[in-house]
Design a protein around this ligand. Sequence first.
Ligand SMILES: [Zn+2]
Length: 220
Amino acid sequence: MDKQVILNAYETLRDTLETVDVNELKKMYSRKELEALQQEIYNVEIRSLAYEIGEAAKEMKLEEFPELLGVHRYPELKEASFLTEEQQVEMDRFLGDLRPNRHYIHGIHLKLKESHNPEKQAALETFLLEKGIAERRHHVECPHCGDSYLSGAINDEEKGKVEEFLRTKEEALESFFMDTVDSGCDECFYEADDPYRLEKLPFKTRLLLVKQADRTLQNL
Ligand SMILES: [Zn+2]
């Protein structure tokens, strides 16, 4: 069928629907009749042609660029020899769905699709850090309840400065420490002692995706 015939049919349907005045229907029919009409309209199943055509185009694209089935968003993953090829592809898809500098990388172990394997997970985390795909971000946790953060997300260097202040009580770091770490917790009413008497604070550490995916193939 010529594509223009399809488009014309859609446009005719749209134009007909545009002329319907619902207020007029209210005058012409009873409530029961309108409820029945609503159901009858639902019962007319209209094919979702736009969806079906989209799926067909996707299939054609995969035939044209079979590379799309493999690792292509984060090509570095091909060097992760400790993963199976299937796991590399799975990670590539998983990371490609996240937004850099917004999304943390959670649930790597689930994406690896194998039973508990902390060594492999740790190797993958190290790999992502070394390749500059991810960076660590830390939050100071409330030492009392652990349910709340006493800081925003800070990077390795900032965490180092917080720890150095706790260790050395170096005066030059005091204002940085005070600006970075809240003195009280919103959840449990914990109030920190004098920062010069604090010795340790717990951190919650997560991996933040920072590298943009290569979208060359997807945008073709
Ligand atoms: Zn707390």
